[in-house]
Design a protein. Structure first.
Length: 293
């Protein structure tokens, strides 16, 4: 198993790769990125991730340095070079380096960075017993800007939220906005279940349009589950029949304790299990082998 780093299409050992301290991604968080995983050694939903990267870049006005096809080919090459059974991948695009100053015109050329390392998935008990989360009130850096919904490199709010989650013995922080709405996790999308209906915040709330979120909504549609696109408040989350998060690496993970309150009966619920099973079956249908729960 190995770690691979590629910068602007050039690949070598991680210790030999450097990015300038004048890069705006380092200086200002002036960047966008995507996180992916493989199933059976194949990147899952690569086209969808690349399309979302392009949309994020457009929202923050970073031009693509190469085509999406070239980016995809570079990522596949990096995965192959890693030789891992399953891989975690991070694809980043910064505005590039230049003279100090906030003016984006100071940037010389966008820079692309690909990181590949062995995939580490959550322990099985996350899925069988559920996890603890906290709520965290915050405004995200892109709220009320043209970049709302973009996957930007400035993750300070999520970093601080996860610091507080860790101090509370939790594994995720759920972001509550100024209006008291539960919109998404620090690194996930959030779903709750109430009276047989699946509820999740709409994209218009400024959430990241998660790739796994979209797959779960598709599975719910296939199964005839009623869906409400609405951002619930915190009280609704406390009173939910089920609560779970989704992300590319973790798939679906049930939350059974929020802010030290036991949710429902304190166990992963039946709709979570249905949707996780359906998601993994959907993955299998697309020739991505997985181990069933």
């Amino acid at each position: 198993m190995s770690v691979v780093v590629m910068i602007d299409g050039r690949m070598c050992l991680p210790a030999e790769q450097v990015v300038s301290v004048f890069d705006r991604g380092f200086l200002y968080g002036d960047s966008v990125f995507e996180t992916l995983r493989t199933y059976g050694g194949v990147p899952f939903q690569l086209d969808e991730h690349l399309a979302r990267l392009k949309e994020s870049a457009e929202r923050v006005y970073i031009p693509l340095p190469v085509s999406l096809a070239e980016l995809g080919a570079e990522l596949l090459g990096a995965v192959a070079a890693g030789g891992n059974a399953e891989s975690y991948m991070r694809l980043m695009l910064t505005r590039g380096q230049g003279a100090l100053g906030l003016d984006p015109r100071l940037a010389e050329q966008p820079r692309r960075v690909i990181l590949v390392q062995p995939l580490q998935v959550p322990p099985e008990h996350y899925y069988s017993r559920g996890v603890k989360a906290i709520s965290y009130r915050a405004e995200r850096s892109v709220d009320a800007t043209s970049a709302a919904g973009a996957k930007v490199g400035n993750y300070l709010v999520s970093v601080l939220a996860m610091r507080e989650a860790g101090a509370a013995g939790a594994v995720e922080a759920l972001i509550v906005d100024r209006g008291g709405r539960l919109i998404e996790g620090a690194s996930s999308n959030v779903f709750l279940v109430k009276r047989g209906r699946l509820v999740t915040a709409p994209v218009e709330a400024g959430i990241l349009p998660g790739i796994t979120r979209a797959e779960v909504l598709a599975v719910a549609g296939e199964q005839g589950i009623a869906i409400d696109l609405a951002a619930p408040d915190l009280d609704a989350a406390y009173a939910a029949d089920e609560l779970f998060i989704t992300s590319s690496i973790r798939e679906l993970v049930p939350i059974v304790n929020l802010d030290d309150r036991v949710l429902s009966d304190g166990q992963p619920g039946p709709m979570f299990r249905r949707l996780l099973s359906g998601f993994r079956e959907r993955v299998r249908r697309n020739s991505y082998p997985v181990v069933p729960l």
